[in-house]
Design a protein around this ligand. Structure first.
Ligand SMILES: Cc1ncc(COP(=O)(O)O)c(C=O)c1O
Length: 377
């Protein structure tokens, strides 16, 4: 049976990974500065992660959400400590889209309203309400287009105010650093006023931290660079280092009711074991400090390259903007220099999303290759 052909593929077949590198079937080494769409947080095949998952699958891989699962409580407690999000509650699911779907649903339950405000170039996933809130007409099917969503420009606080004052908006969903769209951010003033306007209008502020969370921005969450208190925070990618797990952190102002949200697989034993080991490694290896140190080093080197016209993003969620489309450069970096990087909706942007364990020598390897590749352009 052929695979449903929805992904344009690079001709590379990684079969193993270790730290910041993956290896193909001929044992060729590739430097992974993309982390499989920002998923690999603690590095490929981290020994503590492998051990935790192996032990758990040997003991109990899965049971449903109808029984006590102390691993979920442990994960919630560790997440509260490391994120600093005191008193929030945790609902576990399996992916970023599902996290946002549940976030939007919860906002609608809480406010009894149904319109959503989202932003230009935002990406929130491919399921029903999440894709409707995504600014990409090509991936919105007619069935999704039934949702009531208004897309506004980042930084246009007057437009936000006009829409919120209409009184029918259940949620504003925002990536504090845009991922797929191309690393755009609004100003601190915009984010802080947005938060206040949401509070004044009984609208839930949803921070989509699916990509920017778990230390990637240099703080545990990207919204923590600002004075804001989102009612709901959605998480996924870095949370499981490749194991499918997602979740939402829910402010205590939103009360749970039995049956309000639910999932078969979400929060299963194996996923929790993966999630716990990721948090342990982030703490033990002081990975958020590493993000900040390596980010500074990366920016210093990036500024020396004249072809780079703009550097965007924070921490290890970075974009290098050129004055040409980077598709061929990415191919050259993969095939000739064996380095993975990412693209964005902004075709002139090269995205850098390495594991949070990346070191200066990896960054040197990247810039040597980039300078070489640019000379050939
Ligand atoms: C900001 C953001 N939200 C949501 C998603 C959707 O996550 P998933 O692909 O796990 O459904 C993504 C995925 O790229 C994302 O970057």
């Amino acid at each position: 049976m052929p695979l449903f052909n929805v992904y344009p593929l690079y001709n590379v077949t990684p079969v193993s990974g270790k730290g910041v590198y993956v290896y193909d079937e001929n044992n060729t080494e590739y430097l992974d500065l993309y982390g499989g769409h920002a998923v690999i947080s603690i590095g490929h095949a981290h020994p503590k992660y492998v051990e935790a998952i192996t032990n758990q699958v040997n003991q109990l891989g899965f049971y449903s959400n109808a029984i006590q699962n102390p691993l979920q409580t442990q994960l919630a407690d560790r997440l509260e400590t490391l994120s600093g999000c005191k008193d929030y509650e945790l609902f576990l699911c399996n992916s970023g889209a599902e996290a946002n779907e549940n976030a939007l649903k919860l906002a609608s339950f809480k406010t009894e309203k149904s319109r959503v405000i989202a932003f230009k170039n935002g990406f929130h996933g491919r399921t029903s309400a999440a894709v409707a809130a995504t600014d990409n007409k090509n991936i919105i099917a007619p069935i999704n287009a039934q949702q009531k969503v208004t897309i506004l420009n980042l930084n246009d606080i007057d437009a936000v105010k006009i829409e919120l004052e209409k009184g029918d908006v259940c949620a504003v969903i925002v990536e504090f650093i845009q991922g797929v769209g191309g690393l755009d951010e609004a100003t601190a003033d915009f984010y802080e006023q947005l938060d206040l306007l949401c509070k004044e209008n009984n609208t839930m502020l949803i921070a989509d931290e699916v990509q920017s969370g778990y230390g990637r921005s240099g703080k545990f969450f990207a919204f923590q660079h600002y004075k804001v208190t989102p009612e709901i925070i959605s998480i996924a990618k870095g949370m499981g280092n490749g194991f499918p797990i997602g979740g939402i952190l829910i402010h205590p102002s939103i009360k749970a009711k039995f049956g309000m949200l639910g999932t078969t697989f979400g929060g299963n034993h194996l996923a929790c074991a993966a999630g716990l080991s990721v948090l342990n490694v982030i703490e033990e290896q002081k990975l958020i400090d590493n993000v900040n140190e390596i980010s500074c080093y990366f920016l210093k080197l990036a500024k020396t390259i004249p072809q780079i016209k703009k550097i965007k993003g924070k921490g290890l969620m970075l974009g290098l903007e050129f004055d040409f489309e980077v598709g061929d450069l990415r191919k050259k970096l993969i095939y000739d220099y064996h380095i993975f990087t990412g693209g964005a909706m902004n075709k002139k942007l090269l995205r850098i999303l390495p594991p949070l364990t990346v070191r200066k020598d990896h960054i040197n390897q990247f810039f040597e290759a980039l300078v070489d590749a640019l000379e050939e352009e």
